[in-house]
Ligand binder design. Structure first.
Ligand SMILES: N[C@@H](CCC(=O)N[C@@H](CS)C(=O)NCC(=O)O)C(=O)O
Length: 87
């Protein structure tokens, strides 16, 4: 299973949407809450090419983007392969 990390904050609709999509794929992921954690948000932004918005998603260390990018991967049919799940 790939290593999936998602930086989030509570009450973030985009975060819920992204986590719902991942959960629906049956994969496990590490949810990192950056709310009130400036150091962690800085680290997230550094890894995400400067983007300070949540969510930020990484698969095996590769930056995927946010919820819109994750959804676009699903719509293009490439998400299952990236997550190594059966279609
Ligand atoms: N296009 C982004 C939108 C993410 C977004 O707008 N996140 C909000 C929280 S739900 C955010 O981080 N807002 C803070 C800001 O705009 O600086 C995605 O699909 O993930």
């Amino acid at each position: 299973m790939p290593k999936i990390e998602i930086y989030t904050s509570p009450l973030c609709g985009y975060c819920s949407r992204a986590k719902k999509l991942l959960s629906g794929k049956g994969v496990e992921f590490t949810d990192i809450n950056v709310l009130g954690d400036a150091e962690m948000r800085d680290k997230m932004a550094q890894r995400a090419g400067g983007d300070r918005k949540v969510p930020q998603i990484f698969v095996d260390g590769e930056h995927i983007g946010g919820s819109d990018e994750l959804t676009a991967l699903e719509e293009s049919g490439r998400l299952d392969e990236l997550l190594r799940v059966e279609a």
